[in-house]
Write a protein that binds this ligand. Structure first.
Ligand SMILES: Nc1ncnc2c1ncn2[C@@H]1O[C@H](COP(=O)(O)OP(=O)(O)OP(=O)(O)O)[C@@H](O)[C@H]1O
Ligand SMILES: [Mg+2]
Length: 225
């Protein structure tokens, strides 16, 4: 679960990026964050990852107030979150398997369990046959599949996507969104996006932001231009 209680964020040199944001997202909910550029979508995702801290308010991730904790005391919690970016952030000197295995290696998992978990994640996203290929040999859609595999490989129960289809053509965007749909049965999924068609056809919860303020929070909502 993720809960924001009156969360505001003012960047040191910026204006107010988020003002009094409040919402509760339950386990296994699927939520889109929409709104014009600069609305505060990425700021919300960064706050959940504790990449930044709020200026005021409380942020609960799985019942823990992360705003109240030191960064190094939130490691376990942050490991339960998988993040996917618009530009994939794949390491180009490692093959597909190695990219997905990295976080498990850092967490000192055993070799056999790493192999099992990586192969499972690659099967889920449909690129097990590409496991030994290098990023330069993959299409953008395939790179995003690698990024999703990396985000789910440790059994993370919260998945954040920051414009995960922003660099993809319409057909590939749908294929990627179908993967997220497949994951929703046992994960909490938050996706920031400008993709009007996908938001409107998914009929999921939509939280709309504008200028740092939540202007709508609708079950089975849409992207109102
Ligand atoms: N590091 C920073 N320093 C100062 N201001 C920032 C910083 N990061 C973001 N902002 C400002 O905070 C506001 C919200 O930015 P944010 O990145 O959350 O928007 P967004 O909704 O993700 O936009 P986009 O759709 O373009 O990705 C913007 O006005 C932005 O300029
Ligand atoms: Mg953004």
């Amino acid at each position: 679960m993720i809960q924001f209680d009156n969360v505001s964020k003012k960047y040191p040199l910026g204006n107010s990026a988020l003002e009094d944001a409040a919402f509760f997202i339950d386990k296994q909910e699927f939520v889109f964050f929409v709104g014009p550029s600069g609305a505060g979508k990425t700021t919300i995702l960064k706050l959940i990852l504790k990449q930044i801290n709020p200026s005021s308010g409380s942020i609960f991730v799985n019942d823990v107030d992360i705003a109240d904790k030191k960064f190094h005391d939130t490691l376990k919690l942050r490991r339960s979150i998988g993040m996917i970016f618009q530009d994939f952030k794949i390491l180009f000197d490692r093959n597909v398997f190695e990219n997905v295995a990295l976080s498990l290696e850092i967490a000192s998992a055993g070799k056999n369990s790493i192999k099992k978990e990586v192969e499972e994640a690659l099967s889920t996203v449909g690129i097990i046959d590409k496991k030994l290929m290098f990023p330069v040999q993959l299409s953008a859609g395939e790179l995003q599949r690698v990024a999703i595999a990396r985000a789910i490989v440790g059994g993370q129960d919260i998945i954040l996507g920051d414009e995960p289809t922003g660099n993809l053509d319409p057909k590939t965007s749908w294929d990627i969104m179908k993967i997220f749909k497949k994951l929703e049965s046992d994960k909490t999924i938050l996706i920031a996006t400008h993709n009007v068609d996908i938001v409107n056809s998914f009929k999921k919860r939509v939280i709309t932001l504008d200028g740092g303020k939540i202007t709508a929070d609708e079950k089975k909502g849409g992207y109102h231009l």
